[in-house]
Design a protein around this ligand. Sequence first.
Ligand code: SF4
Length: 460
Amino acid sequence: MRVMNEAVALISLGCAKNLVDSEVMAGLLTGAGYRMTPSPEEADAIVVNTCAFIGEAQEEAVDTILALAKHKEAARCRALVVAGCLAQRFASELLAEIPEIDAVVGTGDFPQIADVVRRALSGERVRLVGSPCYLYDENTSRAVSTPPYTAYIKIAEGCSNRCSYCVIPDLRGPFRSRPVESIVAEARKLARGGAKELILIAQDTTRYGEDVYGRPCLARLLREICKIDGLRWVRVLYMYPTRVTDELIEVMASEAKVCKYVDLPLQHADDDILRAMNRRGTSDDAREVIARLRRAIPDVTIRSTFIVGFPGETEEKFERLIGFLEEVRLDRVGVFAYSPESGTPAARLKGRVRARVKERRRREAMEVQRAISREKNGTRVGNVYDVLIEGRSEESDLVTVGRSQAEAPEIDGLIYIGNEHPDPGEFRRVRIIDAGDHDLVGEVLPDRAGEEGDAGSLQN
Ligand code: SF4
């Protein structure tokens, strides 16, 4: 049944994987006749797509829900719908403790979002949380919300890795891949719509294809996507260190369209802690994959994340992590303090680290990496990169910002440009003239006549 002109505001929290779900929901709601609005004040219904990865994300989600609940008194909102990981994990608690919530929808049930919104608007209180088994395809209506020149594609859903600290396998179900044809068809559609950069995401992209084809197929998928006309960059996020194969490295090295950018969550560098985290591989395996990547792709940018304060992390084990950071000198690193999640094996482990100590270690690790990142950014001064222009800076209209292959959107820093202001979505050659801890400053160079393709980084 089509509805007439009722407005829905959709607020997406958490990671890019959640953003794709939000885009699918927006597409389904629009298809059902709802009008999407960016403004909760104008909305008849508000949908919050939540994250519940760690305690901090849950707090942010609850704060957002409570803030939005006020619109039910002060504005025209008649239905507040909570979707995503928090809904999947705490459906009963949310309905019991926040009376303003009219519906909760689980991670496998959001394809029913239009029906849920309709029922909630007609006064019903809805709880729709089943097993998380949904995965969209190329025919799903999806209202892409990123700028027209860049888009995410979810190539798989769920996770079967079972890291001992992580709730995602329970919230998102087992790892399941989309067929190559479905992803390529979606990539073509996005390229026809103007996308120049595609970002492939999944809980573990390097496992892609194992469940469908009997072996990981990310390399094959990348080769197929690189054949699509109009695309300039294909970026891959969330690679599991022990699954980075030589074949994958070879494709990254040889295909000009594949960004020379590796997002490689390592989580720790002490082997006992890695074992307790149920991570595969040792710190030597991590050293080895970093070395292989750097040998094959000399200008590769490697980003990683680490967790400090995991149960059993003594000062000695923490120092091992610091030593590792100083030794391997990654380009970018995020450090998080461990947060015990109920229902996970790690939450039952002995040897808890006090909150104050966890925070001190997080700051220390970040400080060590800050100096490394600053130095590494400094070595980029004088280099020339193909830069995707993002538009005027949020801070000043006099400055334009862009990204090279080395900067993923929303995660890494930006390149600030003052001498020219090309249109968003254009690719321009930019020379780096200054560098900070995160961001760089560059100047647009004149185009070289007849030049095609992507040069990645060129030494001056
Ligand atoms: S790889 Fe580990 S941390 Fe990442 S989603 Fe899967 S279980 Fe969680």
